[in-house]
Design a protein around this ligand. Structure first.
Ligand code: CU
Length: 481
């Protein structure tokens, strides 16, 4: 693969702007995803409620009905015990339909996104993974503090061979929106469709009427080109596998809408008027956010609806570039959201208001993110994985990690097995305590993290633009006994 050619045209920062549509709400359905929007509750007579007169709601006059944005299937819990969730996943080749074309891809249990695994804090999760691919694979549980031998990485451990089954099992200690994906041949296998959401609920958090997952991926213009997600400039984003669909909000019930960005390289900036961000990858925020939120590759954010849009709104994406350019492509509409004209119920979220841990102003570990777009060479501290010199720190110690981006690309910095607190970005502490497993480090930025080394293991630490990771931008942090 000629990554140089890929990156010369790669765009990985994407803005989602929400534009007010021109129609009224189509008839509500009962599942939030709805069927195709054939009902005409708008009185405009074209059968789709958007008033554009072509009957399909996409305004292009082609008459093709727009698909509903579905919810991924929920994984079946095979163990009746109340505190055990047991799931069987089969990774296998699958024929996917992307942009109306058949694509030779991969899927878990025949579904891309794969089944959503739902459990609660304190549960034991057991996942039997059968590899029906022609190549080895693993599953990594992004954002979770698993035992090291359950982390799904092949640094000193073996992958699951073709035809083999492996059982991952661990106790869930964190609440939030997580996701699972291979961590072997990662860029290619994730590209081809191996990913799914993993939701860990906390009974102490509000129970909402509608808990929805939106798995966001970007596919190449040529859908049979397996390196989708690299071509951010192609702007072919899918929401739960559907491009330019319609999401019907069925009623005024309370919502928690969990977004996962599984794209190899594409950044999303979400702006959904009438919503606020209440949680991120590591659970409920210390304070809600109303501002535009960038969702970098690998990261998650949860929105709550609090205002009545009372009609249909278009979610669109505007491309910009990881290398500092903005709006290099026309906007793509991601989906249209149709909601009833009543304000939704909201939930009593327990925002802690916690303040950030003061930066102690010493540094234990420095990671310099380096790279050269023209040669497609990526490194941390001058080293390219796997030829690395890991830092090793003692168990139960607090470590201050300074990440300096001295390359001409942004990098979503991801750490396995541990949770990071953001101490400062270019010297400025965040407004409230900010716990993360994935955090964007912009061009020329310095981000300082505090990390409690409370999980023994050899933890991968890397950029979550997957081609950057495969290009060498990955190292290991050893937490020793
Ligand atoms: Cu990167």
């Amino acid at each position: 693969m000629n990554w140089r050619a890929r990156f010369s045209e790669m765009v990985s920062a994407v803005l989602i702007a929400l534009l007010v549509g021109c129609g009224e709400a189509p008839a509500a359905s009962d599942d939030g995803g709805g069927d195709a929007t054939t009902a005409d509750a708008s009185g405009d007579g074209d059968g789709d409620g958007d008033g554009d007169g072509d009957g399909d709601g996409d305004g292009d006059g082609d008459g093709e009905p727009r698909p509903a944005v579905p919810q991924p299937p929920d994984a079946e819990d095979l163990d009746p015990a109340p505190n055990v969730v047991e799931v069987a996943l089969v990774a296998a080749p699958a024929t996917l339909t992307i942009h109306g074309e058949s694509v030779d891809g991969y899927a878990y249990n025949g579904s891309t996104p794969g089944p959503t695994i739902r459990a609660k804090v304190g549960d034991t999760l057991r996942v039997q993974v059968t590899n029906d691919l022609e190549v080895p694979t693993t599953i990594h549980w992004h954002g979770l503090k698993t035992p090291w031998n359950m982390d799904g990485v092949t640094w000193k451990q073996s992958p699951i061979d073709p035809g083999a089954t492996f059982e991952y099992t661990f106790t869930l200690s964190q609440a939030g929106t997580f996701w699972y994906h291979p961590h072997f041949d990662t860029a290619r296998q994730v590209d081809l469709g191996l990913y799914g959401a993993l939701i860990v609920e906390d009974p102490a958090e509000p129970a909402v009427d509608h808990d929805w997952v939106f798995v966001m991926d970007s596919w190449a213009e040529d859908a049979n080109e397996p390196q989708h997600g690299l071509h951010g400039s192609d702007m072919r984003w899918t929401v739960n596998g559907v491009e330019d669909g319609v999401l019907e909000i069925p009623d005024a019930g309370s919502t928690r809408m969990r977004f996962v960005n599984v794209a190899n390289a594409g950044y999303l900036e979400l702006d959904w008027p009438g919503t606020r961000q209440v949680a991120a990858g590591q659970g409920v925020l210390a304070a809600p956010k109303d501002a535009l939120e960038v969702l970098v590759p690998g990261d998650r954010l949860d929105l709550e609806r609090f205002d009545a849009a009372g009609g249909s709104v278009d979610v669109t994406a505007v491309a910009s570039s990881p290398y500092g350019q903005t709006e290099v492509e026309p906007a793509q509409r991601l989906m249209t959201v149709a909601s009833p004209p009543t304000a939704p119920a909201t939930s009593a979220w327990a925002f802690s208001g916690a303040t950030p841990t003061p930066d102690p102003l010493y540094t234990d570990i420095v990671y310099s993110l380096q790279g050269d777009v023209s040669t497609d060479t990526w490194a941390i501290n001058g080293e390219q994985f796997p030829d690395i010199t890991p830092y090793a720190v003692p168990m139960s110690t607090w470590q201050v990690i300074e990440v300096r981006n001295i390359s001409f690309s942004a990098h979503p910095f991801h750490m396995h097995g541990l949770v990071m607190e953001v101490l400062s970005v270019d010297g400025e502490p965040p407004a409230v305590q900010t716990m993360v497993d994935t955090f964007n480090v912009g061009i020329a930025q310095t981000v300082r993290f505090g990390v409690l080394a409370d999980n023994e293991g050899e933890w991968m630490t890397h950029c979550h633009i997957l081609p950057h990771a495969e290009g060498g931008m990955m190292t290991v942090l050893v937490v020793a006994p």
